[in-house]
Design a protein around this ligand. Structure first.
Ligand SMILES: NC(=O)C1=CN([C@@H]2O[C@H](COP(=O)(O)OP(=O)(O)OC[C@H]3O[C@@H](n4cnc5c(N)ncnc54)[C@H](O)[C@@H]3O)[C@@H](O)[C@H]2O)C=CC1
Length: 355
């Protein structure tokens, strides 16, 4: 995969050198994004509705890079040349025609969505940092106010660019449901070699500004009239979108029981517990269970989230949301499935790059 991505970008920039300036200096995350997007498209061929909405979001989100319709042709040519090279002996004229047709259809959906969006929304929003709360040495809760209306759905995420790293965009989930004051809140952990996350945690203060792309993602709260109880399993800063979903459900006036398991390695890393306990006090149907995995002396629920989930009653009738480190999400979903929770009840999100 890495070789194919390197070949693809090498070819694209060799044929269209001016496109290099649209990408960040370091291409590692960009390469992964391309393959994540392609994998998603290939896996979605059997669900055209999901694919249309995904490509629509992708097209709108690409406006912030300054992508024009003709750039899609350059990308398509480099992509087909890459597949042809790596498909070795299996390549045929029919395969080429099928790939060109599939790519053209996908690109057209992105272009149409971007053009429609251009009439109604900006390509990106300048947002002011209105609060910066360093909850632990490595985690900050950052509140932003976009300079214009910023409609989103609870559970969505957003690309963020800081002044420190032009053209480098990283995704973070929005940790609140839509608010009258138009603010969005992010939970950011600074990770080693994480350019944007370190900039946001350690080098950002109230009054600074950042750029936001449009909101993206399809992990939404249960629809109107869905009164099933909820199980939310959050690992570390994976709490962000689940907190937004819980806020939204509470604001909707419905009264389902909500269990939130919030896991961290140590008690000191339960960075949002104070807020969650306040939410629990004002909404009696919410039960917050802090879980600590790596601190034997912790005086509460100890263990790994995927195992702890199993210590409770059956979750088969619940709507389930799982978010956090990918290993934690995979194992939690596997355990829930083994315990009889239907796949269609489970929503998961791991796709934030922790940089
Ligand atoms: N900041 C955001 O907006 C969002 C973050 N995420 C993802 O959430 C993750 C959060 O990472 P951190 O806060 O550093 O979490 P962390 O590494 O501190 O771990 C949090 C919890 O997950 C458990 N855990 C970690 N790896 C596990 C594994 N392989 N198997 C079972 N349990 C495991 C830990 O025991 C702990 O309870 C990142 O991967 C990030 O990409 C996902 C969506 C949104």
């Amino acid at each position: 995969m890495a070789k194919a991505a390197a070949y693809f970008y090498g070819r694209l920039f060799a044929e269209h050198p001016h496109l290099r300036g649209m990408f960040p200096p370091a291409m590692d995350v960009q390469r992964e994004r391309l393959f994540n997007a392609l994998t998603r498209v290939v896996w979605s061929v059997d669900s055209p509705d999901g694919l249309t909405s995904y490509l629509g979001q992708l097209g709108r989100d690409h406006r912030k890079y300054g992508v024009l319709a003709e750039h899609h042709t350059a990308v398509g040519n480099a992509l087909v040349a890459t597949i042809k090279r790596f498909a070795a002996g299996m390549w045929s004229a029919e395969m080429e025609a099928a790939w060109v047709a599939a790519y053209t259809a996908a690109a057209n959906m992105m272009i149409e969505a971007a053009e429609a969006d251009a009439g109604v929304a900006p390509a990106w929003w300048l947002a002011e940092v209105v609060d910066h709360d360093r909850r632990t040495p490595g985690i900050a809760v950052v509140t932003l106010r976009p300079g214009g209306p910023y409609p989103f759905t609870a559970g969505q995420y957003v690309n963020v660019q800081t002044r420190r790293w032009p053209r480098v965009w990283r995704t973070y989930s929005i940790a609140n449901s839509p608010r009258a004051d138009n603010t969005v809140r992010l939970h950011v952990r600074a990770v080693t070699a994480g350019w944007v996350s370190t900039a946001l945690v350690a080098h950002t203060k109230i009054g600074d500004s950042v750029l936001l792309g449009p909101p993206v993602g399809t992990m939404n709260p249960p629809g109107e009239g869905d009164d099933r109880d909820l199980l939310c399993v959050a690992g570390g800063t994976g709490l962000a979108p689940l907190k937004a979903i819980i806020e939204q459900v509470i604001a909707s006036g419905r009264r389902p029981n909500i269990h939130l398991l919030f896991g961290a390695r140590t008690a000191a890393e339960l960075y949002d517990l104070g807020d969650l306990i306040r939410m629990e006090a004002s909404y009696p149907w919410l039960r917050v269970v802090p879980v600590v995995s790596d601190e034997p002396a912790y005086d509460g629920v100890r263990g790994n989230l995927p195992d702890v989930v199993r210590r409770f009653h059956s979750w088969t009738d619940h709507v389930v949301y799982v978010c956090g480190p990918s290993g934690m999400v995979r194992q939690t979903v596997r355990n829930l499935r083994e315990d009889g929770v239907p796949a269609e009840h489970i929503h998961q999100d791991t796709c934030r790059e922790p940089f």
